[in-house]
Design a protein around this ligand. Sequence first.
Ligand SMILES: C[S@@+](CC[C@H](N)C(=O)[O-])C[C@H]1O[C@@H](n2cnc3c(N)ncnc32)[C@H](O)[C@@H]1O
Length: 280
Amino acid sequence: MNYRHIYHAGNFADVFKHIVLVMVLDHLRQKDKPFFVLDTHAGIGLYDLESEEAQKTGEAQAGIGMVYERTDAPPEAKQYVDIVRHANGKGRKAPRFYPGSPAIVKSMLRRNDRFTAGELHPDDFKTLKKSLGADMRIRIEKTDGYGLLKSQLPPPERRGLVLVDPPFEATDEFDRMLKGLREAYKRWPTGIYILWYPVKDTAPVADFHRVLSGEGIPKIIAAEFSLSPQGFTEKLNGCGMIIVNPPWMLREHLEAIGPWLAGAISESARCTIKEIAGEL
Ligand SMILES: C[S@@+](CC[C@H](N)C(=O)[O-])C[C@H]1O[C@@H](n2cnc3c(N)ncnc32)[C@H](O)[C@@H]1O
């Protein structure tokens, strides 16, 4: 386990992923009935962008740094930017702290909602525990995130979200995700699932989409963001998310923020939404 998210926190991929995360959580908050969130690969929760590790790559400046001070964000993205601003307090021109997925989820939980986060790295697990603090609504497990798809699903609330955001160190991560989704979906077919993946080479992504489209899962979209229209790249040039059971209007909301976000990040960036299965 060499991957440490501190080197990448707040990069364009985090911005895109967390905008979608906030949109889905916002959708879940629209009904009073409590919801459940499972974050299988949670990271440490709050990242110091002035740390040596974050400064070494400078990825956050090219990500959250490009949207933090924008005053023209569409409402669907503004809510996310406001969460990052809140984590930094008033008066900062550039963000010092970046809230990861567990911190974002925590900020959007209501009194009776529940949240389980998994983090396998022993140091990151400890840091995550500290950063989320004692909270009756939150459970943090030092375990393999894919195992949580079995032990935590279906949740008694019967409504909610599962985020699967592995580091993609393993060469068979797409297969692991597919296997995990199959098992989880069997247990809980009405849950919303977000599966994050990197786009470096387009062939494995096309295979992943092809297999997913034949799984018999009726509603799947893929939202992708690319920095430039290239083929294979060593560095991360793009990323995507498979969204199973996307909430009503999510696709439209994504289409509304796509051009704004792409324009804010880079002239050559593009955001695309594809239908993988179903009539949406
Ligand atoms: C991409 S980062 C997560 C970022 C986080 N979801 C966010 O959006 O802020 C992936 C995390 O998964 C952890 N990890 C690696 N293998 C794992 C496993 N099998 N189960 C759970 N966590 C794992 C890594 O230590 C790392 O912190």
